[in-house]
Design a protein around this ligand. Structure first.
Ligand SMILES: [Zn+2]
Length: 260
């Protein structure tokens, strides 16, 4: 019988990961810090969280990170009031984490660039009313025909006081890993990838990742997680796990369909 503490992608496991990064002297960098520093630390961790579904889960990871002196970057969506939750966003920000806009305007405006940039500006203001937003990050929608990042082929985010985009402003010296698909590899990331980055280190579980942190072989990690995937108890774990199986199955079907 499998016990809860043997599961991966639990908050306990996330805590172990943060503890290991702290004990092995990885300095944390927010996205803004990464983009503005003159010299990168010898060893660093960039912890990025895309809040796709459940903002309250952001508070759980944010508190764990605070305990281990890790400053992370949290991107929130605005498509409905359940996702754009000013109290939660402010609380995460007050803990020392960076907050930014997880935009999807091209998809919302069905490919109309002029409407999309107006919507971007309007939504960015909602964030700027809560704190000074310096970076943004596109929300990837595998079922949509629009890539939200394409808006920057026509417009410049710098015109809105933004200094960087979490995919486009990162160079290929970072070791990018994401929790999409309940492992840390690229297999399930249809749109969660960094352009031009061909290879990355491969780990299959958070325990593997912790082992890599402890090995001292890797000088940096850029980790993307979705806090709603990290369960607080056995019941949540079974619930999230079944949801992910369905989503991954959908993506696999889509991938096959695209090759026709
Ligand atoms: Zn997203």
């Amino acid at each position: 019988m499998i016990r809860y503490n043997q599961f991966d992608f639990t908050l306990d496991k996330f805590q172990q990961l943060c503890m290991s990064l702290d004990e092995n002297n990885y300095s944390s960098l927010t996205m803004e810090e990464y983009l503005t520093t003159n010299s990168l630390p010898e060893k660093y961790i960039m912890m990025r969280h895309d809040i796709d579904r459940n903002p309250s889960k952001a508070l759980e990871t944010a508190r764990i990170e605070q305990e281990y002196d890790i400053k992370a970057t949290y991107y929130f969506r605005t498509v409905n009031d359940n996702l754009f939750c000013p109290e939660i966003i402010s609380e995460v920000n007050e803990m020392g984490h960076e907050i930014g806009y997880h935009y999807e305007v091209l998809n919302e405006c069905k490919g109309n660039y002029e409407d999309a940039i107006k919507l971007f500006e309007k939504n960015l203001k909602k964030f700027n009313d809560l704190g000074n937003v310096k970076t943004v990050c596109m929300h990837g929608q595998p079922l949509s025909k629009y890539d939200n990042r394409d808006i920057w082929k026509k417009y410049d985010y710098r015109a809105f006081g933004v200094i960087g985009e979490a995919y486009l402003s990162i160079d290929d010296s970072v070791n990018y890993l994401c929790d999409t698909g309940r492992n840390w590899n690229f297999d399930h990331c249809l749109r969660d990838y960094i352009p031009n980055k061909k290879e990355s280190i491969h780990v299959n579980s958070t325990d593997d990742l912790i082992e890599l942190v402890e090995s001292g072989d890797i000088s940096n990690f850029y980790l993307l997680t979705h806090p709603e995937r990290w369960s607080a108890n056995g019941f949540e774990w079974v619930l999230f796990y079944s949801k992910d199986i369905v989503i991954n199955l959908g993506k696999r079907v889509l991938r096959v369909a695209r090759t026709w």
